[in-house]
Design a binder for this molecule. Structure first.
Ligand code: C2E
Ligand code: MG
Ligand code: MG
Ligand code: MG
Length: 289
């Protein structure tokens, strides 16, 4: 407590703090190199239609960035997205992810037709949405990759969507392009069900923490049900994130959640593995039909 009260002057000499600042500096320069040398890639997690989920009908995929570090191996996004956001590197990173994902998606659609995912979801951060040129950049990526705007959904976290006119303008420009928007991690941030109608979003993604306890907590089940009902009454669709068990999938489907995503169906997969998954789930669908 004496330490905490010491203020910034004291903290400069806190070895743990200094070590952390040093690590962040290293991470920043390594991330720059990663961007320049193509160490970043995307994995894809299937999103399943909830109704009749046993057939594993592939409604879409979410692109999730991965960093294949030459020495440290695969680094998960939670270890570098924060640094990327703080340093502005999220802008070129987000652009690279969007481009890679659109290229893959367009190829699947061309090569696998009906078995291909119908929609591609890509995460975006606040720093991207406050760039005046962001909608123009997205338009450019769509044009150069041949991606249909209506096949793309951008995911934003709820805390950034409200009360920021630069962000609001950007969201409306994206909507005008024909891109759809999803509110990610719903239930964890500041906005509430009563604010949902203020946001120009098409989809609400119910956070994993609620899904996790859907089977054990009546309170969370009631919140999930209310979220789904409000979202539907506003014409929005709902996706449950982090579905890990058949029981959770059953509960969510019974509560009329539209789509399900989680380890129960599949972990995020490298592009080649997603293609194999696509083919298998197509066969499973045919078997059940
Ligand atoms: P998110 O957008 O909410 O993505 C879902 C995260 O939950 C992913 O973690 C996914 O692997 C994980 N997940 C999915 N199903 C399950 C499950 O059943 N159980 C558990 N325990 N976890 C599950 P990941 O890939 O580590 O990404 C973490 C976060 O990093 C993402 O959360 C997103 O906020 C951010 N992120 C990832 N890629 C990008 C990107 O390209 N741009 C930006 N701005 N953020 C990204
Ligand atoms: Mg997401
Ligand atoms: Mg999420
Ligand atoms: Mg998240």
């Amino acid at each position: 407590e004496a330490k905490r009260a010491g203020g910034a002057g004291y903290r400069l000499y806190d070895p743990a703090m200094r070590e952390r600042a040093k690590r962040r500096g290293e991470l920043e320069s390594e991330l720059r190199t990663a961007l320049e040398t193509g160490q970043l890639l995307t994995h894809y997690q299937p999103v399943i239609t909830a109704e009749g989920f046993k057939s594993r009908h592939l409604a879409g995929v979410e692109a999730l960035v991965r960093w294949r570090h030459p020495i440290r191996g695969m680094i998960p996004p939670l270890e570098f997205i924060g640094v990327a956001e703080d340093t502005g590197l999220i802008v070129p990173l987000g652009h690279a992810v969007l481009r890679m994902a659109c290229i893959d998606f367009v190829a699947w659609k061309r090569e696998h037709g009906d078995a291909a995912p119908r929609r591609l979801a890509v995460n975006v951060s606040r720093a991207q949405l406050t760039l005046p040129s962001f909608a123009g950049q997205v338009k450019d990526v769509l044009e150069t990759t041949g991606m249909l705007a209506s096949d793309l959904q951008l995911e934003l976290t709820e805390s950034l969507a409200v009360q920021d006119s630069a962000v609001q303008t950007c969201l409306l420009e994206l909507k005008a392009l024909g891109v759809s928007l999803a509110l990610d991690d719903f239930g964890t941030g500041y906005s509430s069900l009563s604010c949902l109608h203020l946001l120009p979003v098409d989809t609400v993604k119910i956070d994993r923490s609620f899904v996790d306890s859907a089977g054990s907590s009546l309170h969370h089940r009631v919140l999930i049900e209310a979220t789904i009902r409000v979202a539907h009454s506003l014409g929005m669709t709902t996706v449950a994130e982090g579905v890990e068990t058949g029981e959770q999938a059953n509960i969510l489907a019974a509560l009329h959640c539209d789509k399900l995503q989680g380890y129960y169906f599949s972990r995020p997969l490298p592009a080649e593995e997603l293609v194999a998954w696509m083919t298998r789930s197509r066969e499973a669908e045919a078997d059940l039909a």
